[in-house]
Design a protein around this ligand. Structure first.
Ligand code: PLP
Length: 404
């Protein structure tokens, strides 16, 4: 008899987004005339950069001719892309990452989950709370999270590190030993970051305790402040304790195109095993899943033209973030994030769901209640900057009016 992975049965339903959709649908049915503005989406809305499109067209044409056709590509990703990544994402920060430390993949989401393949199920996992739910869910599926405690809305074996306004959104070092530490900076959903000194504390901890940091840099392109590292490898010692995830999704609009990469330094060794060699072994059997055409598109992000075009798109979202941040402040709300991130996070005057309802019904603005990102997200709401500029301004105007 085939046995199923029973850990899947322990997963709570995707309550948050289903509940948002239910409330929005119910309100729209009663008020078909209402012009709802959605500031809840975590997906990009601007088209791919022309340089990316051009590179992909060219690559498609190459596939049409015997001389230039490509079959299976290298498991770690094409050299041309890995070279562009080293030069474009690490060299500018004085970081020395080698090409064979880079593994191209179809998404940071897949990598954040799949990375668990190279770690024992006996590791204790620490996550910031609130955070991108994929870290907890994938560890739960792997059997690392223990039991789901419904009343507390948390897993018994996950070490939650609250990040709230009270501690400046900086996680405190754990009081009991942990082995795998997820850090996301800029963080989804709070939009807050860890600066050099704050990250150094974690690098020192991980090296001292033989822990491994799983650092998610998916929103790195949104960083504007100089003391916020774009990669954890800017911190000396990170190469012996950290794996880093990058994605072209939010930085270059690839959410539907799928391309990302993970860095596993060769200096990262645990129990005498090179994690780089282990992850490479995984890639040699499971492949990276990114078509040649898409990798050519990703390479074009690093061309001068591509870089300028992508920067314009980021600037567009950053301006939305500024409009939201300033507007919500003007409305009298306590606002965080949005400076180095497309996410703005604010404290709700009432509980998250009541305030969500008020924004939906009285301002016709759809947001995301924070509780869906972890227990400490209760009392906050996330607003995203990925929308249309005019709609974003209109939404902010409505919120200001509402709270006058
Ligand atoms: N990491 C974080 C923190 C995210 O918020 C997201 C998507 O929202 C991802 C990773 C997913 O990236 P990708 O589209 O490359 O799978």
């Amino acid at each position: 008899m085939a046995k199923v992975n029973e850990n899947y049965a322990k997963l709570p339903g995707s309550y948050l987004f289903a509940e948002i959709a239910r409330r929005v649908a119910a309100y729209s049915a009663e008020h078909p005339e209402a012009k709802l503005i959605k500031l809840g989406i975590g997906d990009v809305t601007r088209p791919l950069a022309p340089a990316v499109i051009e590179a992909m067209h060219k690559a498609v044409d190459e596939m049409a001719h015997k001389e230039t056709f490509r079959g299976y590509g290298p498991e770690q990703g094409y050299d041309f892309l890995r070279q562009a990544i080293v030069k474009g994402d690490f060299a500018p920060y004085g970081v020395n990452i080698a090409e064979d430390e880079i593994f191209v993949s179809d998404g940071a989401k897949s990598d954040c989950g799949n990375i668990g393949d190279i770690f024992s199920t006996h590791n204790v996992v620490a996550v910031c709370d609130p955070v991108y739910p994929v870290y907890v869910d994938t560890n739960a599926m792997a059997g690392r999270a223990g039991e789901y405690l419904t009343d507390e809305e948390r897993w018994s074996n996950i070490y939650y590190m609250p990040t709230t306004a009270e501690n400046g959104f900086v996680p405190e070092l754990p009081k009991t030993p942990v082995d795998l530490i997820y850090l996301c900076s800029p963080n989804n959903p709070t939009g807050t970051t860890l600066n050099r000194d704050q990250l150094k504390v974690w690098v020192d901890y991980a090296n001292e305790h033989d822990a491994v940091i799983l650092f998610d840099a998916a929103y790195e392109a949104f960083i504007t402040e100089p003391d916020v590292p774009h990669t954890i490898y800017e911190i000396p010692g990170a190469e012996t304790c950290a794996i880093e995830f990058h994605s072209f999704s939010k930085t270059a609009g690839f959410t539907g195109n799928r391309c990302a990469y993970t860095v596993v330094p060769k200096a990262l060794v645990r129990q005498g095993q090179s994690l780089n060699a282990m992850w490479n072994r995984r890639h040699t059997t499971k492949f990276n899943g990114v078509p040649y055409v898409v990798q050519r598109g990703a390479e074009a992000v690093y061309s001068e033209e591509g870089r300028n075009q992508v920067r314009e798109t980021i600037a567009f979202y950053q301006e939305n973030a500024r409009v939201i941040r300033e507007g919500l402040k003007e409305a009298g709300l306590e606002v965080y994030g949005g400076v180095n991130s497309p996410y703005v996070w604010f404290k709700t005057p009432t509980d998250s769901w009541s305030f969500f309802d008020r924004l939906l019904k009285e301002a016709n603005v759809v947001t995301t209640p924070g509780a869906g990102f972890g227990p400490s997200g209760e009392g906050y709401i996330r607003v995203t900057a990925f929308g249309d500029a005019e709609a974003t301004k209109e939404a902010v105007k409505r919120i200001i009016e509402l709270l006058k």
